[in-house]
Design a protein around this ligand. Structure first.
Ligand code: GCU
Length: 419
């Protein structure tokens, strides 16, 4: 009783989380499965980190394949005078199993000209195809299946015909991709289309992209869902970047918004080659905590998007506050590398406070590893970015990627990447 009162008191002051009322304590990333505390950075790296990876892999995201031995890159376009001479554009076909008629992902790169290289890069998947991030007539239009308009509040995709992108879609989503500002800051922008990697339609039953190559990893509890497949695709982009002399593969930030933010976090958690992770309103299955029981819950995720996560995750429907893990552990797996978590005031589905609390809970691991972690103990006021080794902001407005968001991410990249 006294203990509980203390916990509730602590909660009031923002020091304890989910220990009050109906909620159950957040599992502690710094306590081993056998109950012992992690006592050294080495033990974190060699014992606890692998434990957490295994837990989140089997129960949430699923088991992804290794890098395919036969994978092949083909640079099919290089223009050193793209965007009026500002950038070098490259397009690379990634043939996952080496075969030209097998699953293929196109990677688009804009590399700033006139900057002493190799340059750091920002990598992120896009929702509507590479040709939509910039009105550049030379970007190859993806032939992968494309979602048509179903009332997306932020974009009108009536240019998509019979689930195929068309010329009319060029530059459609440029608003969310400030190519010019990214290049001006000396960063390369690297992107690929989500559907080239894995289908975002549950009805497709994993019949496209990388899933077709690994039937043995399907029909099992820890099958890799689409979010893990996208993260896998991001790692394949990193494989390519390591071969490109124009890019400094040691300074690559992985970025994603919403469902693609979930993928960016898991990519950063599973692939330590990513030097930074930026999660823009990744919400449930991304940065937000399930334990709070606020915002999108596990039942909704598993019924509306049954293809996103491993089948095992369905066992936790209606048990959000009882989970033996939570999303602060995903962020912890990125430690001590810099991570930025961003929320939007009206994006209640993503539970902004739950995203903040998750970053704050992960901060214990960052501090344990000797970094500053998140320099805030309370949700900061709107439109005020806090930046340590973990960055966070909540901005005014709804579910989107805005100029405000990008201004913070570029500042965060400057802070950690500039020499
Ligand atoms: C839905 C879903 C979210 C997801 C978002 C998106 O709103 O409920 O979990 O992040 O789609 O990807 O746009």
């Amino acid at each position: 009783m006294v203990k509980k009162a203390l916990a509730c008191f602590a909660l009031l002051y923002g020091y304890a989380l989910a220990t009050c009322g109906q909620q159950h304590p957040l599992p502690n990333p710094l306590v081993l499965k056998d109950g012992r505390r992690v006592t050294s950075a080495k033990q974190w790296q060699n014992q606890r980190r692998p434990e957490l990876l295994a837990l989140l892999t089997s129960q949430l995201y699923g088991h992804s394949p290794e890098k395919p031995a036969q994978m092949r890159f083909e640079v099919f376009d290089t223009d050193p005078k793209a965007l009026g001479g500002k950038a070098t554009r490259k397009q690379v076909a990634v043939f996952f199993n080496g075969k030209p008629d097998g699953p293929r992902m196109d990677v688009l790169l804009y590399i700033p000209n006139g900057v002493k290289g190799p340059v750091p890069a920002l990598v992120g998947l896009n929702f509507w195809g590479n040709s939509t991030i910039q009105a550049d007539p030379k970007i190859r239009i993806s032939t992968s299946w494309m979602e048509s308009n179903r009332g997306n509040p932020y974009i009108d995709v009536s240019c998509v015909v019979n689930h195929q992108s068309t010329d009319a879609c060029r530059g459609l989503n440029a608003r969310q991709w400030p190519v010019d500002s990214i290049l001006s800051r000396g960063y390369a922008l690297v992107t690929a289309y989500r559907e080239d990697i894995a289908s975002d339609e549950s009805t497709m039953k994993f019949s496209t992209g990388v899933h077709t190559l690994y039937p043995d990893l399907q029909n099992r509890g820890d099958n890799f869902g689409t979010v893990a497949a996208w993260a896998w695709g991001l790692s394949r982009i990193m494989d390519y970047l390591q071969t490109d002399k124009a890019i400094d593969a040691k300074r690559v930030a992985v970025f994603g918004w919403s469902r693609l933010g979930k993928a960016a976090l898991w990519a950063g958690a599973t692939d330590e080659r990513f030097a930074m992770v930026i999660s823009n309103e990744s919400g449930a299955g991304g940065a937000k905590l399930f334990h709070r029981g606020i915002g999108e819950n596990i039942r909704r995720l598993c019924t509306v998007f049954p293809h996103w996560f491993a089948a095992n995750f369905r066992n936790y429907m209606d048990k959000d506050t009882l989970l033996p893990f939570d999303q602060h552990m995903v962020i912890s797996l990125i430690a001590p590398r810099p991570v930025y978590v961003a929320s939007a005031e009206q994006d209640k589905n993503s539970d902004p406070e739950g995203e903040f609390e998750s970053a704050r809970a992960a901060s214990s691991v960052y501090r344990f590893l000797g970094t500053k972690g998140l320099p805030a103990t309370q949700l900061p006021p709107v439109n005020q970015s806090v930046q340590g080794q973990i960055g966070y902001h909540i901005r005014t407005g709804g579910h989107d990627v805005t100029a405000y968001d990008w201004a913070q991410y570029l500042a965060f990249m400057d802070k950690h990447f500039k020499r």
